[in-house]
Design a protein. Structure first.
Length: 444
């Protein structure tokens, strides 16, 4: 069945509908948000360090431009690993349970991030340092590939129908919250003299992950399993590989969902990684740029919250369409502001850009989850989101640097390509049926 075909509709509840304020739901939402924040603290910490630190620590034998490109390559490795993590943890999440997958993914992420903080530099052990860095980054990607889907689904599948979009967004809201924390901690480290910061100061935020993960695991172990999974648990154990079922029965949904997800993740790669490297390498103050990232993440958190609330009232598609359209309109203004390479102009570009990103991110979790039945929902939604991450955020910094270089430093070509990508994302959104009123138990 195609995603544009009708699905059984969930009738509006009569009388009082349970809300999200029961003790169990508060614990679930807190776990979803906290887990997302910790996972994305680790993941985005690496993204920022790849722009500001790793070219000087692991690629010291290369020219500044080539070192930045190589550093972005290790960043991309983590994004490429995210679909693999979605498939691996989706398999266990759809067959064994959402909760167990969540606990394991958080443990792997914390271990990989802590190890990055302990890695010797290339001046100490040569190219082995780069190999170890990429290995840790791949483990990060696999872990976050499982985290998002599980954290999102355990909230969505516990929530009442009319509040699913808002509940599912708590895992996504963890992303800007984790980015705020990662940027704030790394900013504090930049107040050190450059020699100390590049020698050992940058390692402190990575080692802090061990403390955060311990707290997160304590909260997560107290969360109840998804009631929808429990309802279909016996059937789930008899099914073949969920990833095979998604690829063979729902390929169109998978493709369309991935393309829609690319829309917000290209903004992440452009604004949070490539633009940071560009403005700092062209003279902008490093600490000022990082402070701006914190402010932009607050804006993204706010717009994600508001968009998630609105998608339960107006539907997922109208909010997504509005966000993608706004992104298209802002492409050239944002690139113009980034080209000025000042902290003030970069702040305007980043705050508005990540605000728009939040508009898309708010309804995206529920939008993707409502494409797939319970038996493969973890795998299907994770493959969509993590595939979009690899395409949209993983390769965007490298592609942007390459397009600007090919155009002799001009941004016109980059802007045209970006608008073309967003236009395709908009068309994909229009092709998918609204899922706000679908009954999760009978989607097929």
């Amino acid at each position: 069945m195609n995603p544009t075909e009708a699905a059984t509709v969930e009738e509006p509840a009569q009388g009082h509908q349970p809300g999200l304020s029961t003790p169990q739901m508060r614990r679930i939402l807190a776990s979803s948000f906290l887990g997302g924040a910790i996972e994305f603290y680790d993941f985005m910490l690496y993204a920022t360090a790849s722009a500001l630190v790793f070219p000087h620590v692991f690629f010291t034998d290369l020219s500044p431009g080539v070192a930045a490109f190589a550093s972005f390559g290790t960043l991309a490795a983590g994004y490429v690993a995210r679909p693999l993590g979605g498939a691996i943890f989706g398999h266990f999440g759809d067959r064994v349970g959402r909760k167990n997958a969540l606990v394991i993914s958080m443990f792997i992420m914390g271990a990989a991030t802590t190890l990055i903080g302990l890695l010797p530099s290339s001046s100490q052990i040569g190219s082995t340092a780069v190999v170890l860095l990429i290995t840790c980054r791949v483990l990060q990607g696999i872990a976050v590939g499982g985290e998002w889907g599980g954290a999102m689904l355990i909230a969505l599948e516990h929530a009442p129908g009319g509040k699913r979009g808002f509940a599912a967004s708590f895992a996504s809201m963890g992303a800007p919250a984790g980015s705020i924390l990662a940027t704030a901690v790394l900013t504090a480290a930049t107040f050190m003299p450059d020699e100390q910061f590049l020698s050992w100061g940058w390692r402190i935020p990575f080692l802090l992950s061990l403390v955060l993960v311990t707290i997160g695991l304590f909260v997560r172990l107290k969360v109840a399993e998804s009631p929808l999974f429990i309802r279909f648990e016996e059937e789930a154990e008899k099914r073949r590989l969920p990833v095979v079922e998604v690829l063979t029965r729902y390929p169109k949904r998978l493709a369309l969902g991935t393309i829609v997800g690319v829309s917000q993740l290209t903004i992440s790669g452009m604004a949070s990684v490539w633009a940071v490297n560009y403005v700092v390498s062209h003279g902008a103050d490093r600490t000022g740029v990082l402070n701006t990232k914190t402010l932009a993440a607050v804006m993204m958190l706010l717009t994600t919250f508001l968009a998630a609330r609105m998608c339960d009232r107006f539907g997922r598609k109208p909010i997504l369409i509005a966000g993608i359209a706004a992104a298209i309109l802002f492409v050239y203004p944002m690139l113009y502001l980034v080209h000025q390479a000042s902290v003030a102009s970069f702040a305007i570009a980043l705050v508005i850009g990540q605000g728009i990103q939040g508009i898309i991110l708010g309804p995206l979790s529920a939008f993707l989850a409502e494409l797939f039945p319970t038996s493969v929902r973890f795998t299907g939604s994770s493959l969509c989101f993590q595939g979009a991450s690899a395409l949209g955020a993983g390769f965007t910094p490298m592609a942007a640097a390459g397009l600007v270089s090919a155009a002799g430093g001009a941004f016109t070509l980059l802007g045209g390509v970006w608008i073309g990508v967003l236009a395709v994302c908009l068309l994909a959104t229009l092709r998918v049926a609204e899922g706000q009123r679908k009954d999760l138990a009978v989607i097929d």
